[in-house]
Write a protein that binds this ligand. Sequence first.
Ligand SMILES: Cc1ncc(COP(=O)(O)O)c(C=O)c1O
Length: 471
Amino acid sequence: MFQPDDLAPDRLVAEPIQRQLYQRVRDAIASGRLRPGERLPSARGLASQLGVARGTVDAALARLAGEGYVETRGPAGSFISPHLAAATLPPAARPIREAPPAPGAPSRSLPFQPGLPALDAFPRKLWSRVVAQSVRALAPPVLAYPDPAGWPPLRAAIAAYLGVSRGIACAPEQVFVTPGYQGALALIARARLAPGERVWVEDPGYALARQALRGSGAVLVPVPVDAEGLAVAEGVARAADARFALVTPTHQSPLGMALSLRRRLALLAWAAAAGAWIVEDDYDSEFRYAGPPLPALKSLDRGHRVLYAGSFSKVLFPALRLGYLVVPEPDIADFARAARSLQQGCPVLEQAAVARFMADGHFARHLRRMRGLYAARRAALAAAIAAEFGGAARIDPQEGGMHLLVRLPGTDDMGLAAHAAAAGLAPQPLSPLASLPGGEGGLTLGFANVDPRDALALAARLRDAVRDLLA
Ligand SMILES: Cc1ncc(COP(=O)(O)O)c(C=O)c1O
């Protein structure tokens, strides 16, 4: 069924919004979600729902009308031309992403780029030794195709780690090793999502997850976040029958608040009543600088509704492309089947090395070291931003994570990021991560790779780059 959100433009791509709207309407016709003769929402309604200018919607409709896809009938509204046969329309090509690089997007590592762990502090010598030991230990039978659900010792190491550190009691059989969170989403979509089903996504939220789900045919329902995290009642009002809710309960991406206990219970109650699943993306809970994190939402999951996803991208390094998904016990067989049909498993050598790294205690030591290092880097960058920007900038308080959220009231964050990019810096603007109108803009500044000795100079470089845009 057609939803206006199907037309939501992707603000991370270079393609003009007007052209994206035009193409999305064509796609919806081609896929049969918009049928010949069907009435489109009013231009004013679309503009406000999608958070775009009315003139942009008018221009897209005018082009669609000019090419015969849409008929405008004055006050009666706009209709998909009744003369169209859906099958005659090839779907338009998807627009291509472009700079500035988003967290997780392939790129060089530039100062302030969010989403990256401290690449300079990864213990490469130790890692090389562990990899060499792992290679030597791989007996010939293991060189055949790997288990698509994961290397058993790694599944066991992850289950043990989650029990101790995240309060999650799970058996190794519930753990599926995936190519990162992206791989976990692909597995979830294969096992549990039919095209056209609706999925709540946090707004603002993680762009690559939205993209992956849209690619799997999900219809995204943006749900606002406030000081308590995802506004569950809003989600219920917008799409009570959604199939999934995607959440970052420990540390909302990108705003950083934790999902309150009240909201956690409300979300679990909704999922139980609706027969829906909650995807818990616990991407960076290990990095917290003030007190222990809330236990994972999964630890409250008595009704088997939570699919818990973790990633080694932040705690080790993203090029590993390893993550995991913990599924409820009753779902093991379905996910095992989906994993077999999706992939031939992840590379065994990397899995074996991570399993050994965990089992030998290196992982826990590495995390402890990184927590100390990040606390120092974070404090140094926050002080440097305060010194260089003074009252022009406000840093949102956050208890964890690997980026600072800097608000520069009265500025356009896309413009700030573009000027910063021209100066070789990669802070990311907040506004493209939201599709609902009304949120406050800002910049996310990754601090994990900022050496405290360079913090002042980098903050000054950023200030000089955006000086003309400051209020
Ligand atoms: C919100 C969020 N979830 C998950 C991930 C991890 O993704 P992956 O495991 O695919 O690298 C990231 C990485 O940047 C992220 O920002």
